[in-house]
Design a protein around this ligand. Structure first.
Ligand code: HGY
Ligand code: MN
Ligand code: MN
Length: 418
């Protein structure tokens, strides 16, 4: 099998591990996630890597540095995470997330874990002057807790004690979910990464149409645009659908529907503004009951943080203009984040034979959480039809081969900071 086929095969085996048969759906610390951990642990151990799950449920494998350095680095797994940082050798972090949106495609996140594993195989035992640590982040999409980036926030120490009390639809908290998975209690503000981690590289499908429209296989990300996530609950009054005259109703779904139409039309004067209602829940959700309460999600993105925040405030005001009380909950916003210029330049040079396109990312990535703390770069692969968050999401073997060649050149030219 070619290395690119090995990547595709690994992605396919991971895709088969799902919470909902017939779809690709994996949420934070679900049984399917545990199965992916087993699969990836076996893969990484077969390459001589030391594998562990950290206290946020991120699966991590270390490929040690060349011999003169690795005798210290190998101790990392037997020490506590805090202790390990003092002794570790320089470490390059490679990875992405293994959770998915509901009914996902096979590559969003997963490709950024599969490519590094095959890269290690391609090294054929050759060691570098740094450890390579592969990380499969436990949560990035925000599906289970309506709160994204749990794995990467924990990595850099920005997951708060209050975040750990956030609950899923069954009332299970993040802290409880971690404990149920058999993990040690997580100290929210303590980073789960050694201070010697000098760079993070995330490989990801573009998830949009730009590279395909330019007929280019690769992109190098310059920045990741900011995003706001909220939920809004419209409070009406449930009542009988047959006996309540139209003028007497407090219909929460009708108010939410008017708001959704406003969200759709609001960005029309600003081509950079993206606003989406992607989820709606009606209570009690019965055909013959006027909806008493409706909760919708709101996702707002813009390259300019000021423009994004202004849009969020305007949309909140619109939500409150439909005659019903509205409860608004913050589900975690992120500012626009630049990638590290020096690391991105190195990546661009490594990709030079393929004329990579430098571009901003409209999608959020773990890289946007890691970048303020560790120099970070991202490599994008062309996404056929720009189709992602969709079961028919795809990527070509040729483009994977191109990405592997680029990453190998990147590894071979990277000089760890002392
Ligand atoms: O929502 C996003 O941008 C990403 O796919 N998590
Ligand atoms: Mn995604
Ligand atoms: Mn992703």
């Amino acid at each position: 099998m070619t290395p690119a086929d090995q990547v595709l095969s690994l992605c396919a085996r991971i895709a088969a591990l799902t919470d909902i048969p017939g779809t690709i759906t994996r949420t934070f610390l679900s049984p399917a996630t545990r199965a992916v951990h087993s699969l990836l642990t076996a893969e990484m151990q077969s390459l001589g890597m030391t594998v562990r799950t950290d206290s946020a449920g991120n699966l991590r494998g270390i490929y040690p540095a060349q011999d003169d350095l690795s005798s210290r680095g190998n101790n990392l797994s037997s020490r506590s995470e805090a202790e390990g940082s003092a002794f570790a050798v320089p470490t390059l972090l490679l990875g992405s997330h293994i959770d998915t949106v509901p009914d996902s495609g096979p590559y969003d996140g997963v490709l950024g874990v599969a490519i590094p594993i095959v890269l290690i195989r391609m090294l054929a035992g050759k060691k570098l002057p740094c450890n390579i640590e592969i990380i499969a982040f436990s949560e990035e999409e925000g599906v289970r807790f309506k709160f994204p980036f749990i794995g990467s926030r924990a990595l850099v120490g920005t997951l708060t004690r209050a975040d750990l009390t956030r609950t899923d639809y069954l009332g299970i908290s993040i802290a409880q979910a971690l404990e149920d998975f058999g993990l040690n209690p997580l100290s929210p503000s303590a980073p789960l990464v050694t201070s010697r981690t000098f760079a993070y590289l995330e490989v990801h499908i573009e998830q949009g149409p730009v590279l395909e429209s330019l007929a280019l296989p690769l992109g190098v990300v310059t920045s990741i645009i900011g995003q706001s996530r909220l939920s809004l609950t419209f409070h009406g009054e449930a009542n009988h659908a047959g006996t309540t005259p139209m003028s007497f109703r407090k219909d929460a779904l009708a108010a939410a529907a008017r708001f959704i139409a406003e969200v759709q039309s609001y960005p029309q004067d600003d081509p950079h503004l993206l606003a989406t209602v992607g989820s709606i829940t009606a209570f009690p959700n019965a055909a013959n009951v006027i909806p008493g309460a409706v909760t919708v999600s709101l996702d707002v993105r813009h390259p300019s943080d000021a423009a994004r925040l202004e849009a969020v405030e305007a949309l909140k005001t619109l939500a409150q203009s439909h005659g019903l009380p509205v409860t608004i909950t913050d589900r975690g916003g992120q500012s626009s984040v630049p990638m590290d210029p020096a690391l991105s330049a190195l990546l661009t040079t490594a990709a030079a034979p393929y004329a990579p396109h430098c571009m901003a990312s409209g999608a959020g990535h773990d890289a946007m959480i890691v970048a303020p703390y560790i120099p970070t770069a991202m490599l994008f692969l062309r996404t056929p039809r720009g189709l992602s968050h969709h079961p028919q999401e795809s990527v070509s073997a040729e483009d994977i081969q191109t990405a592997l060649a680029t990453c190998l050149r990147f590894l071979n030219t990277l000089h760890p900071t002392p």
